[in-house]
Design a protein around this ligand. Structure first.
Ligand SMILES: N=c1c2ncn([C@@H]3O[C@H](COP(=O)(O)OP(=O)(O)OP(=O)(O)O)[C@@H](O)[C@H]3O)c2ncn1[C@@H]1O[C@H](COP(=O)(O)O)[C@@H](O)[C@H]1O
Length: 110
């Protein structure tokens, strides 16, 4: 597993006990799931806009920055729900031996 994701998981877990005055993550946990989901939605839109802009400008700097914001807020969402990035990495690893089309067909059978 990526060291960065593992470190971030640990920081996010520790921030559940921190004060909202000193920690942005603690302030999100205190505001609750709806606020966290609002941020995930906002950051998704910002990443999409940055990707469209990058297509025209050829400069990927902003799309990387906005995608980092999106990943970060998605990790806060998982942490709030008692999950970590490991569960998502496990799910992605499970899909290694499956083509996207096969995976989609399996979903439709569920
Ligand atoms: N990776 C991040 C990270 N990425 C983005 N952000 C914050 O996410 C916010 C992005 O949202 P916006 O641009 O909409 O900012 P905003 O206007 O302040 O947000 P709102 O008031 O609208 O909710 C900014 O406040 C960023 O600072 C992050 N905040 C924290 N981390 C990591 O989390 C750790 C713990 O952070 P604290 O809990 O603040 O100590 C840090 O050490 C970092 O490793």
């Amino acid at each position: 597993m990526s060291d960065v994701l593992q470190q971030l998981d640990q920081i996010l877990e520790a921030r559940k006990q921190a004060s909202s005055d000193s920690s942005y993550v603690a302030s999100l946990h205190a505001k609750g799931l709806n606020k966290i989901l609002e941020k995930v939605g906002e950051e998704s839109v910002e990443a999409i806009i940055a990707a469209k802009d990058a297509q025209h400008s050829g400069d990927n700097k902003d799309v990387i920055y906005e995608t980092a914001d999106l990943w970060f807020h998605s990790l806060v969402m998982l942490s709030h729900l008692g999950e970590s990035s490991q569960a998502v990495l496990d799910e992605l690893a499970r899909r290694f031996d499956m083509s996207g089309l096969e995976e989609k067909a399996n979903r439709q059978q569920k």
